[in-house]
Write a protein that binds this ligand. Structure first.
Ligand code: IMP
Length: 185
């Protein structure tokens, strides 16, 4: 589907660029403290986590980190079919076995994506596996997932910006806002 950058679709700003930056800094501090010097394989979940993963890495510039990406289907572009149908579109390039894997997600909503990825990665025997999400939207959980690091609690609304899209548009906004006409799920 084509990206439509119709600014008229944008609603109230929920998190400003400064608020996002503060949350990312806090998460980086928590991660640095908890892993206490152990190397991390940071796995960004594309496309939504692209800005978050980049900014988080930058905040951890003094820390031993390797980076990889994984791509899954997401309902945001209508690529998710039946409920629970999460598909891997691109796997890691790195073998996660024996590594401290930190999965970096943009937002956890139903939790199905995170559940799928945690199960998938756990089966490959990492040394440790934790999840970090910029936002937690806990209102419609369909899977019981534990998120080790949460940046901010999102409102019960469809959000765009800072990696989050509506039909591939608005990922490049530096802030996060509501969509004025939320899509049907
Ligand atoms: P879950 O499986 O419902 O937790 O879905 C998580 C994924 O759905 C996220 O990684 C996003 O790609 C997408 N998503 C969830 N909520 C939103 C939203 O408010 N705006 C845009 N994408 C979202």
């Amino acid at each position: 589907m084509e990206a439509t950058a119709d600014q008229g679709l944008l609603g109230e700003v929920v998190f400003s660029a400064d608020e996002i930056a503060a949350a990312v800094r806090r998460l980086a501090d928590e991660i640095r403290r908890d892993y206490s010097g152990e190397p991390i394989l940071l796995v960004g979940v594309l496309k939504g986590a692209i800005l978050f993963a980049s900014d988080l890495m930058r905040q951890l510039s003094d820390y031993p980190i390797a980076i990889d990406f994984i791509v899954v289907s997401s309902y945001g572009t209508g690529r998710r079919g039946a409920k629970g149908d999460v598909r891997l579109l691109k796997d890691l390039d790195t073998n996660p076995a024996g590594r401290n894997v930190l999965l970096v997600e943009d937002i956890v909503d139903e939790g199905l994506t995170l559940e799928y990825l945690l199960n998938n990665l756990q089966s490959r025997e990492p040394r440790s596996l934790r999840a970090c999400a910029l936002m937690d939207k806990p209102f419609h959980r369909a899977a019981k997932v534990h998120v080790d690091y949460v940046g901010m609690t999102a409102p019960d609304a469809f959000l765009v910006g800072y990696g989050l899209d509506y039909q591939e548009a608005f990922r490049n906004l530096p802030y996060i806002c509501k969509l004025s006409c939320p899509p049907n799920r």
